[in-house]
Design a protein around this ligand. Structure first.
Ligand SMILES: NC(=O)c1ccc[n+]([C@@H]2O[C@H](COP(=O)([O-])OP(=O)(O)OC[C@H]3O[C@@H](n4cnc5c(N)ncnc54)[C@H](OP(=O)(O)O)[C@@H]3O)[C@@H](O)[C@H]2O)c1
Length: 313
């Protein structure tokens, strides 16, 4: 299959270029600089230096693709992101998917995947939910909900299959947040906020890449959640992460203090449950996580850090 991938140089995208190439697919990865070209080439893909928001430019390089994947993002890495920081991410989601829909129309693609996040449908009462739950976006996931709708409607209107893959919170050895958490836990500078009892649905990035691979190969229509098999309490996740690095258990701070120090976004994310499952995606594609819980996944992260020097991103 010929696949066009936006976000081909990211934590998820790099893996996906490699997995698709290993499976005999031709991957065209959108890039923005020489570093990106090298990343895509080294993993068996063909770089396309073009602006995500410019379908004319993209279609000058590719005129015939089967599947298009939107996995570009600019989720802010600051502890206290500004409205402006989030606006860039919103633009990548909304204008990005609109541009790729136009590319799909012009290239005759049969399939489009838009990446989203499971917490776009997290209910206010924090109860377990699945793909049948109505979307319930907050300020920063409104653009994800809007882009999901645009992708699904375009599929109906122009006759291609749209898949929305909502990922749990990604972690992995080269993921920026994982690296930052790992470092701060070692220094005992990452406290658990509140009682740490909120649950997260999470996913190792290797499993995320495999999910996109089978999503491209099976092309299921609609919305799917992709998470591992065991939602984990935030406090347990960080205690275990500290322990396997040989660090002392994290300290604890009350939520009001965290709000002052780290802002509302990080505090709310750490203290609000999102509990979901990937049963629908598993039945549609046969996908199974290689790391069914944080225990296997984090152990692999730390093992890789010990064995391989991971360059900071
Ligand atoms: N992180 C999570 O917990 C999580 C959970 C569920 C779903 N997701 C979604 O999964 C996707 C991949 O996440 P990730 O962790 O792999 O992200 P990442 O490592 O930060 O990679 C971001 C990618 O987007 C590209 N990009 C950024 N700004 C761009 C722009 N203006 N135009 C074109 N490309 C741009 C980057 O290209 P450069 O290398 O050129 O900067 C890079 O390829 C995202 O869409 C994210 O929303 C993430």
């Amino acid at each position: 299959m010929r696949v066009l991938l936006a976000g081909s140089t990211g934590v998820l995208g790099q893996r996906l270029v490699r997995r698709l190439s290993e499976h005999g697919h031709q991957v065209h990865g959108l890039t923005r600089d020489e570093r990106g070209d090298r990343i895509v080439r080294d993993r068996g893909g063909t770089p396309i230096r073009a602006d995500l928001f410019n379908p004319d430019e993209i279609t000058r390089h590719v005129d015939n693709v089967d599947s298009i994947v939107h996995a570009a993002t600019a989720i802010p890495r600051k502890q206290r992101p500004s409205a402006q920081d989030w606006a860039i991410n919103d633009e990548i989601r909304i204008r990005g998917v609109e541009s790729l829909i136009e590319v799909a129309r012009r290239t005759g693609a049969r399939h489009l995947i838009f990446q989203s996040v499971v917490w776009v449908a997290r209910p206010d009462d924090e109860s377990p939910f699945d793909e049948r739950a109505p979307v319930n976006p907050d300020e920063v996931t409104q653009s994800a909900a809007a882009a999901e709708r645009i992708a699904l409607n375009a599929g109906d209107e122009y006759g291609f299959t749209s898949t929305v893959l909502r990922g749990g919170w990604f972690y992995g050895p080269d993921a920026w947040h994982t690296q930052s958490f790992g470092e701060r836990l070692k220094k005992r500078m990452l406290p658990i906020i509140g009682d740490g009892s909120a649950y997260w649905s999470i996913l190792h990035v290797d499993d995320a890449a495999n999910a996109y691979l089978v999503g491209i190969e099976h092309q299921p229509a609609g919305v799917f959640h992709v998470v591992d098999d065991e939602p984990v309490q935030v406090g347990e996740f960080f205690r275990y992460f500290a322990e396997i690095q040989g660090a002392k258990p994290p300290l604890r701070i009350p939520a009001w203090l965290a709000r002052l120090a780290a802002g509302s976004f990080s505090t709310d994310f750490a203290t609000t449950s999102m509990i979901t499952n990937a049963e629908k995606f598993k039945s549609a594609t046969g996908w199974q996580p290689q790391f069914p819980s944080y225990r296997e996944g984090l152990s692999e992260v730390v093992r890789e850090w010990e064995e391989v020097a991971i360059p900071s991103r």
